[in-house]
Write a protein that binds this ligand. Structure first.
Ligand code: NAD
Length: 487
């Protein structure tokens, strides 16, 4: 199986290569096969990307809003037309099952480009009457934005950053994760084909060093990072050196609260979606599931039944529901958490190891796993695992559940399952998280803002809120009378 792109980078509207860059090996994690070899960007490629972005941005900012909107809209249409091929590539890049990628990745990217196409056409400033004088505001682009991606949603992350950035009149240089370098190149190709000026959206490959070089570049006006809580502060600090704008989409350890009166099946569906989708590699996953004592054992029993029925397998098989993790290194990490859970006394309910059989022998597979009777201090209760590992905790009262749910440095997401309407809203209000779901989990339509509080991040992606993070206001005060001066 091969997925070798034309070249490693897409800069100035064309594929470019510089073989002097460090090798990036792209491995299909279901088989261990190398499917592509790319090169990290050299300083020359970085310079070319940043300067061509600056040139394209100056041109793009002069376009009428409706002309900019048309390009984004066309890009969305092309992505939808090519959904099958893009989804297959996403599956190879990440190991996620085609059953998921066909509905959740390129399509989500297209939704985002389409939605921000409408926003692009309607952006405007305000007018402020000041007696005889008046003032107005102009919403201006920031300039060249740098996007840095994680490996779990390579197409979606590229689009979620490109769409608002371009809608506001910026250009972007995007660095995908070195684990999943392939999909963003397709996004760049499509945005160019849709009619964007050459260099408006560039993709350069590389490890952390390339990300750091982009963040520290003189032409960089803003950095949007999707990554871990360890990388976030480093990028934030580097951006601060140049007084650059930031958006930080980082990790979490989000809680789901299931009350006695909840629909058991819906709560279990929410918990499974929020722990096993994308083989558990989702930042907003609800990995701490607090279940009220009255339904605790029933919840576990039914959850185990449903978890055992999940179909693990080869990701390109449309019947497969869970594929391997993104890499063998990630599987080692998840396995070390499974070991710590057992050593620290958690009760294994289902899963807990590597699935047996020929079909799984060569891939980075791990069974969807549930631990019960987890205590708040255990390692699996405190650290982000980024694998299909659910921790279930019993609780007695609403107050207790809230205080335990909030006792974490993270604050990306949270969920509550209850049939008591007022309790749903009361609990959502008190949960410390950027996004809360009531009787649902992990839904992230592009129309609503997404992002974290506490150590999970800063700023918001999607929704109108994203505009604030990709533009700035200029105020113009117009004096209509004689200048009053004491001198
Ligand atoms: P990571 O932090 O290791 O890497 C993220 C990106 O940052 C990569 O492209 C990497 O090359 C780059 N990078 C590393 N060091 C850098 C530096 N010093 N300067 C600039 N760039 C640097 O994260 P990962 O392992 O690729 O992704 C998993 C993490 O991402 C998880 O913690 C997950 O929760 C988080 N995530 C968050 C969201 C969100 O929207 N909040 C979405 C997806 C993933």
């Amino acid at each position: 199986m091969k997925a070798q792109p034309q070249a490693s980078h897409f800069v100035g509207g064309a594929y470019v290569e510089d073989e002097a860059g460090e090798t990036i090996t792209c491995v299909y994690s279901a088989t261990g096969e190398t499917i592509a070899e790319l090169h990290a960007a050299t300083p020359e490629i970085i310079e070319r990307a940043m300067t061509s972005a600056a040139r394209a941005q100056a041109e793009w900012a002069e376009w009428t809003p409706v002309a900019r909107s048309r390009v984004l809209r066309r890009a969305a249409d092309i992505i939808r037309e090519r959904n099958q091929a893009l989804s297959e590539l996403e599956t190879l890049d990440t190991g996620k099952p085609i059953q998921e990628t066909i509905v959740a990745d390129a399509t989500s990217g297209a939704d985002c480009l389409e939605w921000f196409a409408s926003i692009a056409a309607t952006l405007s400033g305000t007018s402020v009457p000041l007696g005889a004088d008046f003032a107005y505001t102009i919403r201006e682009p920031l300039g060249v934005c740098v996007g840095i991606g994680a490996w779990n949603y390579p197409t979606q992350i590229a689009c979620w950053k490109a769409a608002p950035a371009l809608a506001c009149g910026n250009a972007m240089v995007f660095k995908p994760s070195e684990m999943t370098p392939l999909c963003a190149l397709k996004v760049a190709e499509i945005i160019h084909e849709a009619g964007a000026p050459a260099g408006l959206f560039n993709v350069v490959q590389g490890f952390g060093k390339v990300g750091a070089a982009l963040t520290g570049h003189d032409l960089c006006a803003k950095v949007s990072l999707t990554g871990s809580v360890e990388t976030g502060p480093k990028v934030y600090a580097a951006a601060a050196e140049g007084m650059r704008h930031v958006t930080m989409e980082l990790g979490g350890k989000s809680p789901i609260l299931v009350f006695d009166d909840a629909s058991l099946e819906d709560a279990i569906s929410g918990a499974m979606l929020g722990n096993f989708y994308s083989t558990g590699q989702i930042c907003s996953n609800g990995t701490r599931v607090f279940v009220q004592r009255g339904i605790y054992e029933r919840f576990l029993e039914r959850l185990a039944e449903r978890t055992k029925a999940i179909r693990l397998g080869e990701p390109t098989d449309p019947e497969t529901q869970i594929g391997p993790l993104v890499s063998f290194a990630q599987r080692d990490k998840v396995q070390s958490y499974l070991k710590s859970a057992t050593e620290e006394g958690a009760r294994l309910v289902v899963g807990g190891g590597v699935p047996q059989g020929e079909a799984f022998a060569k891939g980075a597979y791990i069974e969807p796993t549930v631990f019960a009777d987890v205590s708040d201090e255990m390692t699996i209760a405190c650290e982000e695992i980024f694998g299909p590992v659910m921790s279930v905790f019993p609780f007695d009262t609403e107050e207790e559940a809230l205080s335990r749910a909030n006792a974490t440095p993270f604050g990306l997401a949270a969920g509550v399952f209850t049939s008591d309407l007022t309790r749903g809203h009361r609990v959502a209000k008190r949960l410390q998280a950027g996004i809360c779901w009531i009787n649902a989990y992990n839904l992230t339509p592009v129309e609503i803002p997404f992002g974290g509080v506490k150590r999970s991040g800063l700023g918001r992606e999607n929704g109108k809120a994203a505009i604030e993070f990709y533009s700035q206001l200029k105020t113009v005060h117009v004096g209509m009378g004689p200048v009053e001066s004491p001198y």
